[in-house]
Design a protein around this ligand. Structure first.
Ligand SMILES: Nc1ncnc2c1ncn2[C@@H]1O[C@H](COP(=O)(O)OP(=O)(O)OP(=O)(O)O)[C@@H](O)[C@H]1O
Ligand SMILES: Cc1ncsc1CCO
Ligand SMILES: [Mg+2]
Length: 264
């Protein structure tokens, strides 16, 4: 096992490719973050499409560059669409991201759906520490969509899940860990304000979907996404309240480039 710092130059080359390719991202996400997610994808140069009807999802997976499945406000009805989309993505080998929002938490319906979705081989699981512990049937202390567990404590479980499902786990928190079970990238920094605006983690999952939609190294694509979000959080305006911070975060993502990624 080795642990690495991600080179900012790497992340910036991945971002440049994203800007050139303009990948189409099929988003199946929660009701809280639809608009924020779509704007963040546009800000980094991707094209979002929120397609959820079960009559449409399989067809749209065929034309999308990647798929995002986020369980935040899952219902019986949307879960069916998600399972159809994930199966279609596995068949067409379209890379997809699972964001298992709030699994555990005594929420057995979504926890069962998350387990079913895992059979369809997500390229990346983007989650917080409580969520990865819950996916592994370990005790977790999530508070709804928020984690009360530390990523340091959950790292071994993240590695085990990555190996078990042959995927990449991008686990965020004070320290982000991005691992395929063999190689782990560690990203510190960011800002606590990132946790005070709803849906930053959900939007980060969409950024990961965009990055894997045009970069085949899913580990580096996910790590680059996490670095970008931490850096944008550092650079965003924190002096005028959280409303301004949310907009400033969007601004910083739209302005992100190699020089900004390298800023201390
Ligand atoms: N204590 C912290 N200090 C600095 N940055 C943090 C901290 N906690 C989380 N972050 C950053 O906030 C962003 C969102 O990660 P977080 O772990 O809060 O996602 P999440 O719990 O899935 O969020 P949500 O489901 O509400 O969208 C990431 O960029 C992460 O690095
Ligand atoms: C607040 C909230 N509830 C379900 S999803 C969501 C957005 C943050 O995950
Ligand atoms: Mg989340």
């Amino acid at each position: 096992m080795c642990t690495n710092q991600l080179e900012a130059a790497f992340a910036s080359s991945y971002l440049q490719k994203l800007n050139r390719d303009k990948p189409l991202i099929h988003c199946m996400t929660n009701d809280v973050v639809q608009n924020f997610t779509a704007n963040i994808l546009l800000a980094i140069g991707a094209i979002p499409a929120m397609v959820i009807a079960k009559e449409e999802t399989a067809d749209f997976v065929h034309i999308a560059d990647s798929v995002l499945i986020n369980l935040g406000t899952i219902t019986q009805w949307s879960s069916k669409s998600m399972l159809i989309a994930a199966q279609a993505a596995m068949v067409t080998q379209t890379p997809w991201v699972l964001d298992p929002v709030a699994v555990g938490n005594a929420l057995t319906f979504r926890s069962n759906i998350a387990k079913q979705l895992l059979r369809f081989k997500p390229a990346v699981i983007r989650c917080n520490a409580s969520e990865i512990l819950a996916l592994a049937d370990k005790t977790s202390i999530g508070k709804g969509p928020d984690s009360q567990d530390s990523t340091d404590a959950a790292l071994n479980v993240a590695k085990t899940i990555a190996l078990q499902y042959q995927t990449v786990v991008a686990m965020t928190g004070k320290t982000d860990y991005i691992t395929d079970g063999y190689t782990t990238y560690v990203i510190d920094g960011g800002d606590i304000a990132l946790t005070k605006v709803t849906g930053v983690g959900c939007a980060l999952s969409a950024v990961v979907a965009a990055m894997i939609g045009c970069n085949t190294n899913h580990l580096l694509a996910a790590a680059s996404s996490c670095l970008m979000m931490k850096k944008a959080g550092e650079l965003a305006d924190k002096h005028h309240g959280l409303g301004t911070f949310a907009i400033s975060l969007l601004d910083q993502l739209s302005l992100m480039n190699a020089a900004r990624l390298l800023e201390q």
